[in-house]
Write a protein that binds this ligand. Structure first.
Ligand SMILES: C[S@@+](CC[C@H](N)C(=O)[O-])C[C@H]1O[C@@H](n2cnc3c(N)ncnc32)[C@H](O)[C@@H]1O
Length: 334
């Protein structure tokens, strides 16, 4: 009898051990995560495949310059190897060194565990193919206005052109400039323009100053600290660009973890998301030349804005990845 009890106890201890091992399994898998055996992954393509698996497994959100795990993995792997993402295909099957492999695994692990946007981990983002320095003092650039500058401001021959001759644009204002990315893109589109760029955040302006210097545009772009138009007094512009904060209260409450690493000031547009946009619309006319116009991104607030400013003929523009999230209005209609 005692012998049987001992055997049962032994079996249940073994079962308990097995159950404990099963419970511990996910932790073991998680710790293995950072411990890919040397040589198990050898090419950039291997590391991209591995990163995609980890990113999908961790349910990451992709909204900061890339929109899917593959593009995010290519960006991080290339950046670690000092390659432009466009060079990935050329080197996909090349061998990486042990030191490079370690650096790539490290950045993949940091992306998963920190949930920070990839751009913050490597202090870089590409917009319209151009590199910009970024850190946590600025939102990661992803404005649709970058694409619209190319598609709607290229010259009079283009269908849907909003300004006849980009070379005749003399003064541009980038309101809420953040990293300065739109001001810098505008300097390429309007080669004869002087550009003012305003932000209320001194941290953001430090980042913008670094980008302006990287592009050697100190003589073209002037940075101003202040609340919207306040630092500009009565200056007028041929074009005002703005990607202001426009997230409503519900959107702020639902921000994914990745976005919570970005400055709240860059998102928060008040209860209905339109606090800043309303002010821009009300004040823009006094800062536009007679032929000028305002190009402004507002996210998903189109319906609310159309209702609030029903007297204004806002022209809603689409981009490759957005549908009516940016409007244009000429000075004469404001
Ligand atoms: C959505 S981010 C846009 C940044 C950049 N233009 C871009 O597209 O990446 C909005 C920016 O507006 C700035 N901002 C917020 N309130 C402002 C205000 N009242 N006046 C000027 N800038 C403001 C924030 O600091 C932030 O840099």
């Amino acid at each position: 009898m005692a012998k049987r009890a001992k055997a049962v106890n032994k079996r249940s201890r073994a079962a308990a051990k097995l159950a404990a091992a099963k419970v511990a399994a996910p932790r073991a898998a998680a710790s293995k995560f950072a411990n890919v055996a040397p040589g198990e992954l050898s090419t950039p393509l291997d590391f991209v495949r591995y990163a995609v698996s980890r990113f999908v497994e961790a349910k990451l959100v992709f909204a900061h310059g890339t929109t899917d795990p593959m593009a995010e993995a290519v960006f991080l792997v290339c950046e670690t190897l000092h390659l432009h993402p466009d060079q990935f295909e050329s080197f996909a099957t090349a061998r990486v060194t042990a030191q490079e492999a370690k650096a790539i695994l490290d950045v993949i692990a940091r992306r998963v565990t920190s949930r920070k946007p990839a751009a913050y981990l490597v202090n870089k983002i590409y917009m319209r193919g151009l590199p910009f320095y970024v850190d946590e003092r600025v939102i990661v650039p992803r404005s649709f206005i970058g694409e619209l500058l190319d598609s709607h401001f290229g010259g009079s021959d283009e269908e849907g052109a909003l300004i006849d001759d980009p070379a005749r644009v003399e003064n541009v204002l980038d309101l809420c400039t953040g990293s300065g990315c739109l001001a810098i893109l505008a300097s390429r589109r309007f080669p004869n323009a002087r550009i003012d760029a305003v932000d209320i955040s001194s941290g953001a302006l430090d980042v913008a100053a670094r980008n302006v210097a990287d592009y050697g545009l100190e003589d073209v772009i002037t940075l101003h600290r202040g609340d919207l138009f306040a630092p500009l007094r009565d200056r007028r512009y041929d074009l005002i660009l703005s990607n202001p904060p426009y997230v409503d209260a519900q959107g702020m409450a639902d921000l994914p973890r990745e976005c919570r690493a970005e400055p709240k000031l860059a998102f928060d547009g008040g209860a209905d998301g339109l606090d800043i946009v309303r002010r821009i619309l009300n004040e823009a006319r006094a800062h536009l030349t007679a032929e000028g116009g305002l190009l402004c991104e507002i996210g998903r607030g189109r319906q609310a804005l159309d209702a609030a400013f029903s007297q204004l003929p806002l022209l809603w523009l689409d981009s490759e990845d957005s549908d009516g999230e940016v409007f244009w209005i000429g000075a004469a209609d404001l």
